[in-house]
Structure formats: structure tokens, C-alpha cells
Design a protein. Sequence first.
Lengths: 490, 517
Amino acid sequence: MSTPGTRHQHDGTQQLDAVVERVLDEVRRQGGAGAGPVEAVVRADLHRLALTRFAGSGIHQNTEDERTGVHLRVALDGGRSATVSTTRTTTAALADLVGAALAAARLSPRDAAWPGLAGPARVPAGAGPDDATAGAGPAERAALVAAFVEAAGGLETAGYAQTTLLTSAVADTAGLHARASSTGAVVDGIARALPASGLDGSPPDASFRADGVGRAAARSLADLDAAALGARAARRARAQAAPAQPLRRGELPVVLEPSAVLDVVAGLLSSTFSGRGLVEGTSGVRLGEQQLDPALTLLDDPLDPASTALPFDTEGTPASRTELVRDGVPRAVTTDRRTAAALAARGGLPALPTTAGAHDASDTWGPVAQAPVLAPGSGGSVDELVAGLEHGLLVCDLWYTRLAEARRSVWTGLTRNGTFLVRDGEVVGPVGVLRFTQSYLEALAPGAVTVGSDAEALPRSLTFGAAGTARVVVPPLRLARWNVTGGAAT
Amino acid sequence: MLLTPSAASSLTATPPPTASASPPGAVPSAAFDLAQAAVEAALAAGARFADARVVDRRHEALTARDGDLRQLSQTTEAGIGVRALVGDGWGFAALADPTGERDARATGERSVAVARASAAVRAPGAGPVELLPVPPQRGGWSSGCARDPFEVPLAEKADLLVGVTHAMRKAGGSVIGVAEALSAAWDTRTAYVSSEGARTGQHVRETGAGMHCLALGEHEVQRRSYPAFRGQYGTRGWELVDELDLPAHAERIGEEAAALLTAPLCPSEETTLVLGGEQMSLQIHESVGHAIELDRILGWEAAYAGTSWLDLSRLGDLRFGSELMNITIDPTIPGALGSFGYDDEGTPAAARDAVRGGIWTGVLSGRDSAALAGYDHAGSVRADGYGRLPMVRMTNVGLEPGPHSLEEVVAATDDGVLMEHNRSWSIDDKRLDFQFGCEIGWELKGGKRGRMLRNPSYTGTGPVFWNSLDMLAGREPGEWRAWGTPNCGKGQPGQVGHTGHGAAPARFTGVRVGVRG
């Protein structure tokens, strides 16, 4: 199925450099016949994704995928643009790619909001790859799985272990040329315990399992402690298997473990703190105001030495450390070039930093943060946060959260992998799966938040595509109000 | 209990659907050569079963927003994916753009190496991995396509999409903050070869389009869409888009979005709920389609997508819903988004019951999951491109039309709410407890449609909800439709599936509506 021609090897940055240079040469050659200059940005990626899944405490799915992708965006006449991509890297295929892009752009109406190219810029080094992680094979992943399973002490387990290597080269006709690699590793699993009888002594549902979760993300495989994660999942599962406590619907104080906080942060980043949401008027963010609790500081920090992110985005914008929220005051939103230009042109906003938020689907979904960090506070451990609850809930994880009202950032979803009733600072017992319908902005309002001290690095896909799994750092939180609207609550 | 040979042979009697039967030649012979080489290499390396898919896929997407064409993207993706079973361990390896048989063989060998590593952690008490017998297929299949979406001039597509964004804005006035329209098309050619002798070619073209606008109020945002909240899609050509007639609906969509800003809130109460067909398709997808996936029922998705409230020991006698509930698994529906000739492990398409007269009777399954569960058919294993592992997925999971018309349903409702077009969806990991928001609601009083309602939502529990189904439309032309869902997520690494859902408006009693945060 390959087009005949000279194949470019795709086993490193030099080869990817050659691909992007060849594409730009081809753009100049084929585009030279047009009436005006052609703007083009091209990116070549090599993505190695290896993932081992386990269920019933055994490996049942085990995959490795290696792909090179070439992504080209061209613009004619200052805004007639098209984007093309391919997995083919022969000389002939790259020439075809350029031809297709130019042909499509010539037929496109002019886009008045075309933001232009990034152009030459100093691209920071980034964390770079970890060689052992880049070279890990199925045996290393199986060893992680075995450690997780063993540590669960005989409970049924399920989950996955993953390693990724992403190498990317990006260049544009305005003089940009950057390249970098990154690695990532993840262990994410649950342990499953048989439940006890109900409070009324009724027999347990034989199909039901009480689950506990342990998960972590790192730049380096060596930084993952799969046994500790398996043990943690087992502890939570056993606690969750105790007789369920009754609960009424309504607002309660809550302690969210880091996995649950991760979901809240990801939700806010995809809507309230998305530059697109601000441009379109769907975001409820109030920049420069004390909108959130002063204990909250949210960063996008792709240059952290432990980061799994590249030091530039898909448009070539250099990454930088950006404060999205400082001491509860929203300071910035995530941007790609289009949203950055739109926000810069809009009056009434403070000067906003440009973030490296472009990704392959940002035209559809808007820009995202690459390496979010919710800064830890002084509230102590999860146990210490729980000790401060007179009557409330401990929530270990959230699931299937969806935006119900954009401006107020009202989300509905369910708890998962452990939800416990707390009285007088002590966990009384599990309460089953709860549905909540809650404004995240109101849950994080001034005076409502205590931020825990122990942040965890967790895996999360933030880009709605194949780009992989981000490493998100979050501490536990104690919130004054959380609106339980259903599920096991009556 | 495994399938008996007589039951297996019944599969061979089911011919693949022939939207337009075509030979494997619809796929280049070189693709079969690559797949064959990969399978042979896997066998030589120690696999006891192997199959390979060589996939060449084109995709085009256009998005217009507020009078500009914001996105025109074209993607080509080609590669090989090889699955190997070594002992009782599965392995999968994929490579983009294999240049020849050497690359294909190397990928086959890599799949075996991955499979060997799987044996390092075996599930306690697990028996041998077996595959449901499916006679090897040799043939081809192409979806129907009257107007090739890749041959439609880009200017025609762009003019259509840009034009309806202008129309929505104009109709809705100054409160319209965003008006967006999109189209998408896929052209996928797949060569499939297995170590059992299967050799099939498949050419599927999929097309879709839709539009929506957002009205911005002082405190909230309202949305209206047509024909569905993410568009309508099918295994068809551009004729699907022509039939949607987006321009004819743009003005109404803009006006309704603006009107929603000042409409009264949906009440918070327990009442009679009538759902439009598009929302019904999502209700089916989330609370039935995912619940009947056999991999979930077996616990293979426990850590991520989740499990299911359904217990296999109750297959055949569990009451899932009222007698009006008849759900089929049918990948043979012409033009529906989940249609194909063969699934991605070579099983020919065939229609099955999932729920009949309200009783749960069938599951979505693959050859290994069916064999493990003692189930008698497979045929619902699909993959997102060459680079992802084939897994149990929905095909077309739909509700058969009912005996009523929508007009009768409304006329028979003394007090209730009609909700249309999905806005948000959430369901638990056992596919039991759900909460859905819709774009627009209508008060139903005395058998008539009354005031428009904003922020309508409802919540419930799967079997309780489905057992309250007491009226089902579909008798009148156009009320039942095979809706397409182009973004069904599942699996790790993540896969996006394309599924179809036949649905018509339906009525449910005693439903909690107007859930607020």
C-alpha cells in the first residue's frame, strides 16, 4: 500500500528533521507558482505507545503501536488555509501531501481570523526522554502488572501499565525549527473486594465488587512503585467492602482524594480555563477577580523536570510555566495561536500570557494545558483533611463527569472506587456510588477550600486524541459543599 | 460451556449483507500480501492463531464558524495491525505505513513477542483461551454510496456550511455567540487475513454533517442543534448531507436558541417524560448498548469503561424493560453508521436480538469472549484503524419502531415534559444510574404541546426507566431513524467507535426531571 519512492527512516529526531525540511522545500517548490507567499507549518511525530491491560488479575490485552505522522497546515493569501496529515513518509507521499494541502487551501474561503505562524523562537529544552522508559518492552510492563497484582494480596485486580515515547520536529516557513522527545509511564489499577452484607443483614449482591484504586504517572518507569499502588488499591477496596451506610441527597462537606481532584481540574481546564471558552463567551472565568479560594494556585508547567510534555505545542509555540490561577485569582487561560490572537484583539481584558495549548484537535475542542499542577497547600494528608470533617464524605475517584451548565461550570457525574461517610473526623463506612450535580466554580469559591499537602502525579488524557496521557499533579482537597443528587443517596 | 459445532455452523448460513457486493479487489492485492506475510510470520514465531488487518483510511473534516471556514483537514492513515495468540496469551502490534513484506513480517513477529509477555501474569484459575468457531470467510463488501463525499467539490461543502452559520446568526439575532456547522467523511479499505484461512476485503464510506448555535445570556448559555447535537452520520455518501437539508432548518435553530434564554426552567418533579428520537438514540447507546457488551459483563473493562449490571446467568429471563422494548443488534441495516460486511475478526454481519418483548436475550460479543461465556455468536469486534486492538463494540444497537405516532403520544399525555436533543450525558460504570440533559423541553398539558422549557434534564435507573416505557412512536414515516454516533469512546489506548441506533420518540412514566446543581 505504500507509494513507491525513497522511504525516510523514522527512528529518531534527525529523520523527523529531514521529513519536515523536505515538506517545507516541497511547499516552496509547489507553492511558488501562486500569486502570493505560502505560509506553512509542518510537524513530524514518531509516537511509540505500548500498553498492557490486565483484568481478573491476568494480562488480557497487550498492545504496541508505532506510528509516524506528518501534519501540515498551509495558508494562502493570508487566510485560505487547510490542514493535511498522513502516516506515509516516502518522498512521493510527502509531495502528494503538499499538493493536497495547497489544492484544498486554494478552494477554501478566506478565514478572517487566521492567526499566522509562530515563526522563529527560542524553544526551551524541556524535560527530555528517559532512555529506559523509551526502550521498555512488554516484559517491563508485565513486571509492573505483576507487582500491582501481588501487592493486592489476593484481591481481584484490573488496570493497565503504559509506556510512551513521543519525538516531534516542527518547522514553519517563517523560520521556526524545533525538535524534542519526551517519555511517559503509567500504572493505573483497581483492586476488587467482595462486599459485606447490607446494614440490614441482607445478603450481598454476588455480582457486585467494592473497588479501590491506585494510579500514578511519571516521566520515568523507575519512578513508578506499582506494588505501593496495588497495596493502596487493596486497602481502599477492603474498606469499601464494609456494610454500606445510608445517605440522604443534599449538600455535604467533602474530602476529595487526588484522583477525584484530577477530574475537577480536568473539567475546569476543558471549559472555564480554555481560551476558546473565553473567546466564545461560554466560560464563566473572571480574570483578575478573587473568584476562587485564596489557597488555590493552578499552573501549566510543561518545563518541570518531571514533566512528560514536549517543550512546544503542535503549532511550535514554545512552552512556558503559566499561572492560570494565583492565590485564587484567575490570571490566564490556555491558548493556541487563534485564541491568543482573538483575546489580544478583544478589549476589556488584562494582558494575557500565550500558552502552548495547541494540539491536533484544538480546532475542535479548543486549547488545553499540557502539564497542569494544582499547587499543594498546608492542609495535611487525606487523613488530616478527613479529621477536620464533622459530617461529610470522603470521595476517592470521580467518573463520567459531564458539563451540564457552562457558565457556572455545573458538572454532573458519579463517584467511583470508594466513597465513604465521615462522622466526627472518622470514616464510618462506605455509602455506595453517588451522583453529584455541582458547580465546580462554586465548590472552589473563597472560603470553601482547604488544600492538602501531599500532591500526586496522576495520568489523564487531556487532548481528546492520540497524543497520549498527560501527567497532572494534584493534592487532595476539602470542600465546604458538594451537592449529592442521586445514586445510592435517597 | 463452549459453543456446539451445530450452533457454530448456523453462522455460515448467514450471508454477509450486500449493499453492493464487491470482490476483495476493492482493496489492493498488495494489502492482502502484507497481511498474509504478517500472519505467516506470527505463526512461524509460535502463534497458534494470528490475524492481520491492513487498513488504508482517508478522513476529511470541515468546520465553519461564524461565517468563516475554520477547519479543513484531510488525513490519510495507513498501516498494519497484527493480533497473535501464543499459548493463552494475546499480543497485538501495529506499524504505520509498512513498506513491504519485511515490515509486515517484523510486525507479526513483534505481536508474538508481546503475546509471550502476556503469559507472565495469568489470571488465577483461567482456562485455555478458545475462539468461537467461525468458518473462514473469503469475499468482499462495500457500503452503499450514491455520491462520493471525497468527490464533492470543497467549495460546495464550504458554501453550505458557511451559509448556514450566517443563517443561524441572522435568525437568532445579537444573542447568538457562536454558530457552527461541520461535515465529516471517512473512506476505509481493509484487507483482513487470518491463520484459519479467512481473506476478506471491505470498503466502507461514512459521511455526516450537522450544525448548532449558542445563545449567550447574562448568566447562562443555551444551545440548539440540527439534526443531532453532534450531527447525523451513516455508512453512506454525500447524499446523506443533501437529505439533511441544513439550510431549511438553520433559521429555526437560531430562533429557538435565542428563545431558550428567556424560557421558563424545566420544573423539578416526577412526571411523564416524552423523549425525541435523537435523545432516545443516546438513551439506547448508553443504558442498553454498553450494558450488553460481553467484555464488560465478563469484567474485562472493570478498571476503565466499567462493568455491567447484567448477570449472564439471567440471559433469557431477565426483564430489562416493558413489552414495547425490542432491541436488535443489526450491522446489516443499509446506511446505518454501525453497518459492515464483516467485523474486525472476520465474522460476517448478522442481525440478532438483544431484548425481545422486554426480556434480555443477547449480547455484543467477540470470538474469545463468546467462547468463554458459552455464548453462540460473535460478530461485534471492531477496531479504530489499523493501530488499535479489535475489541467488543456496538454495531447498530437499536429500538424497533412502536405501534404509536408521536402525535398520539403527545395527545395521550395529560401532564408531562417533552425533551429533545442531547446536551449532556453521564452514567455510572455499571450502566445503571444515568442523568441526561437536553437542549430543549416542551411542557405537555392536556394532550397538547405548551411552553418551551429551558435546561431540561432527567435521571433514572436503567431497568426501572425501561420498564416505564408505555408508548412508543415509529408508526408514521420519518419517526424511526437510524441515528449515527461517531464518537463512542472505549478501550486503552483509547478508541473512537462509530455506532448506529435506530430510535423513535417514546414515553416513560414516573421520571424525575429538572435535576439541578
